[in-house]
Design a protein around this ligand. Sequence first.
Ligand code: PEP
Ligand code: MG
Length: 763
Amino acid sequence: MHKRRGDEPGVLASEPALRVIMRRLREIMAAPDEGQQRLDRIVRQIAGVMVAEVCSIYLKRRDGSLELYASEGLKTEAVHKTRLNRNEGLVGRCAEQAKPINEPDAQSHPAFSYRPETGEEAYHSMLAVPVLRAGTVVGVLVVQNHTRREYAEEDVEVLQATAMVMAELLASGGVAGSEAEIELTRAASAVIAGQALAEGIALGHAVLHEPRIVVTTLLSEDPALEFTRLENALQGLRASVDDMLSHERLSGAGEHRDVLEAYRMFANDRGWHHRLRGAVQDGLTAEAAVERVQNSTRARMLRQIDPFWAERVRDLDDLSDRLLRILAGRANDHGHRENLPDDTILIARTMGPAELLDYDRTKLRGLVVEDGSCQSHVAIVAKALGIAAIGQAHRIVEHVADGDAVIVDSETGEVHLRPSGDVIAAFQDKVRFRARRQEHYRELRDLPGVTRDGTRIDLLLNAGMLVDLPHLEESGAEGIGLFRTELQFMLSDRLPRLDRQTEAYKAVLDQAGGAPVCFRTLDIGGDKMLPYLHRVPEENPAMGWRALRMSLDRPGLFRTQIRALLRAHDGRPMSLMVPMLTTASEMDRVRKLIGMELEHAGRHGHALPASLSLGAMLEVPSLLFELDRVLPKTDFLSVGSNDLLQFLFAADRSSAQVSGRYDALSHAPLRALRTVFEAADRHSVPVTVCGETAGIPLTAMALIALGCRRLSMAASRIGPVKAMVRTLDLGELCDRLHGWVDDPDCDIRAKLLGFAKDHDVEV
Ligand code: PEP
Ligand code: MG
């Protein structure tokens, strides 16, 4: 294939094809030609260097068709006459799939579209590559040969790199008339199915959490300089990956660590570095080299059947994107925080709760991530922020560009990308319908949470930030049943000092205006990391040094928080609970530390709380077998069902593969909870359930029937749960539920649903 190149004047036989093309393209760009002339010269040069009988360029028009814009080898009269409809022929298919097509015998391919005016019947083999700009197909570059042959990988790479330059030429207006006629449209509409993380329907515009850098300068003026830039960026990349691993910023799931380890392998891969350097030597800028190697390696990997390689494509994409951000000096630029659109839908591969909190919440409407599960902390934060969120949106980052219109529908778990006008109109209707339902819930706001047969159920709010406080009034909740104090720590870039903590807690109490607030002491660990707190790396951080364990080992940290809480309460009644209590005896240690702080407050003349109610969270199954010991030591119990279910079923709450696998409405958890309510009743200790289960009407219905009288949940869940409570005949359900729980063969969920349907309970 390269034989003829050596025969041409001025071309060394050994010189790589791409370098020759780049040199030629530079010469063409420098000449004072008009656009069409330039295109004609370009296709002639490509045909020459690639030893192809035909080289053609098709450009996309506004109606989606592809017009033959220039050709070396096809009949001249076909140029600007031949138009292929969307998806027509192999060229149309290449544009539609945005992937190269390499056919040894194009004419016998079922998708081949014969156009007599082109005279292409003489050519058998065809290589077509998309001309892509910022992820959008703007045309197709094609070479054809008489012989039946499959083009070599190197040919595909050369043509792809040439297509990149073509895209640049088109965008810069280097082809006369093209801007007016050629459509630079984005890919078509698409629907990606995921899993709801936080309820709601949101219409807005995509903001990529880690935006892709659009490469605009492709040809380098100074290869030595580009070489240095590339080397520096690679060094930066390796350092950043090492840094991530050592900080375990993405820990909380073993999967993330594996991904990072794979990154590290890739970031240090010699073959990759070699190809990047080669591309710079060929005359590309460092950025263009990254993009070119990404495209060609990607194409090679996607041809592999083994799914392992499909996954590695993600690593490659991620690393390439990171490298581009480093080259652009935007390595730490997470999103456009300064100028977010007012209807931002954040799109990310993965996001931690602290990262989400970094964004201006007034601009956020939705969140879509590729991982995540509904009990993960990022989901909890999304709920607290009141934004619709979807997880498990497979490879969504690859399919979205900044600014794309997006609809997030948590009711179906679907994400609509670039929806048509009809779809948008249908969703606007859906939003109006939801608004009416919300109106119904608002009407319930001031009514008590009492069942039809007169049992009072306290409905409380889960909160974690000052901005949650207005929800208290809006939702009609009776107080805050869980205030997650760690969010303030996560938002801060260093450990908040005593006065900062005091201020924060005081502000919460002041805004609550006398409604009870139950503060939970620090629950750090698992997926809630503090970058400034040194931790020893752990294989299973959710079961590691977290929550109360950390507080007991670092009494200084714990006591400072208690001191801040005592000062903030300033004589007001105080309610406090500790997360992840594992043994009854830990409660004694908690009481002792709190006792010291009470004594310290008294000694320093601070007002002591009018009353102090001290509770424990039941999240670790061991406590289930120590209830009679622990209950006398606590003033109340709060069931953290997210963690309790995670540990009961040994199913990571942040892993969608396993977190949804076991049913909260099945025998094991319901029997466990029944034991808790019965024991608490014996000891006259009130119990609250504050995990996500409390906010799901059907599950809440079962909890109430088992004896629960206090439920704490996200603000948006108060209305639906109150509607359920007020339509429930509790006495009738109680007897039945106990029977179902005792019957090992019963499908409890189905029975509960049937009950709700037969008795018109709003679930
Ligand atoms: C729980 O585990 O159910 C809980 C409420 O605590 P968190 O979700 O903050 O771990
Ligand atoms: Mg918990």
